[in-house]
Write a protein that binds this ligand. Sequence first.
Ligand code: HEM
Length: 146
Amino acid sequence: MNTASKPRLVHSAILMLVLSLFTLSVARADSPLEKHMEHMKKAYKELSLGLENPQESNQAAYVTLAETIKSSALQARDLVPELAAKLPPDQKATMVKSYRDAMDDFVVSVDGLIKNLKDGKWDEARKDAANLKNEMRDGHREFRRE
Ligand code: HEM
């Protein structure tokens, strides 16, 4: 190899590296469904933290956090999980239906949590929050790709 072609080779290698890093980052970008989930996670974490030592003066903020969980869940409900999108049409329809049913049940549970927060029933609200976590685990086990 002559010495003039060496810098060109290095240049191409760097270009390939930059291109593959870019492709990887695009491939890993959050889907809209994941964005709603991330939003839900942030609100859930904040609420759980608040409920460890609830303050009456923060009651309205707790309700707002639970309402954020609800609106994120409702938006996620109308999207299609990546796992379902990859299935043949008939299996996809079945999975999307059961995903939506599970999300509807989840929203009913969030409504229960909102009510208990509005009534200042902190012990009940903590139980509701723990149940949401169980529903999350079941939903992820069934509908989230590995
Ligand atoms: C408090 C409740 C929940 C939280 C905090 C939560 C959080 C998250 C987070 C952070 C992600 C993205 C990162 C990852 O894949 O780990 C995710 C993904 C996902 N979650 Fe949830 N989740 C909750 C409830 C649920 C429920 C009830 C369901 C289904 C009924 C569900 C279905 C999914 C699916 C399908 C994905 C993958 C996204 C995709 O396929 O595009 N999640 N969730």
